[in-house]
Ligand binder design. Structure first.
Ligand code: MN3
Length: 240
């Protein structure tokens, strides 16, 4: 039994002891958890800080990773210090069951657990090299949104119009449909607060910290540049 399997079975055990339903977790995120277990650690980026230049500048990437993401990890660990039952859950399960978390720690775990999960997801959604979607991904997405261009327009429009801090997502719903939603702050589609819950397959960080040094208030310009750096192979892998 490896560490991941162990944590997953401990998580299932803790859930059944608490009488929690686990059926949602089955489709949302199986055993491919993104993050290590508690205590959580800041993951390395899969590329250098300047790899996305000029679309995303190195200083933004460094502050985003070493500043913002590190703070989410540290604050999440601190909030879980006195909650041993919750330490054994995969982060995806914890986020899907936030309503079970004691109220004293719930908002902190929502914000910082969400922040850790979202950013771990985010780094892998970015690609230093420009990628084209495969024919099968192009067909799958086009069939849901009428065309690839219409999908691009809807996703970037949702991201541009989201008021304040948050994320735009492409999600796989429990019935196998693809939908675009946005979430405020560090919420995500795994959480019970999402307008539609589902498995995230693509996410776009629209917090000002993701683009302000280079783009200031020009979020749409950031989104156009970002589009050229989406890791479509990763999106396709998450759809399977
Ligand atoms: Mn961010």
């Amino acid at each position: 039994m490896n560490r991941r399997t162990f944590l997953m079975s401990m998580g299932a055990l803790a859930l059944s002891r608490l009488g929690w339903a686990r059926q949602r977790q089955g489709y949302l995120w199986t055993d491919t958890s993104l993050t290590s277990g508690y205590p959580y650690e800041l993951p390395d980026l899969p590329y250098s800080y300047d790899a996305l230049e000029p679309a995303i500048d190195a200083q933004t990437m460094k502050v985003h990773h070493q500043g913002h993401h590190a703070t989410y990890v540290n604050t999440l660990n601190k909030a879980l210090e006195d909650l041993p039952t919750f330490q054994s859950l995969p982060l995806e399960t914890l986020l899907a069951n936030l309503e079970k978390v004691p109220t004293a720690q719930r908002t902190t775990i929502r914000n910082h657990g969400g922040g850790h999960w979202n950013h771990t997801f985010w780094w892998k959604i970015l690609s230093p090299q420009k990628q084209e979607p495969s024919l099968s991904l192009l067909r799958r997405i086009s069939s849901e949104f009428e065309s690839w261009n219409r999908f691009r327009g809807q996703l970037l429009d949702a991201a541009a119009k989201h008021f304040g801090s948050g994320w735009a997502w492409l999600i796989l719903t429990p019935t196998g449909r693809l939908r675009i939603i946005t979430t405020p702050n560090q919420d995500n589609p795994l959480m019970p607060y999402a307008e539609i819950q589902g498995k995230p397959v693509l996410g776009i960080d629209v917090w000002e910290h993701a683009y302000y040094l280079k783009y200031q208030n020009r979020r749409a310009e950031y989104l156009s540049a970002l589009w050229e750096h989406i890791n479509w192979a990763q999106v396709e892998a998450l759809l399977e």
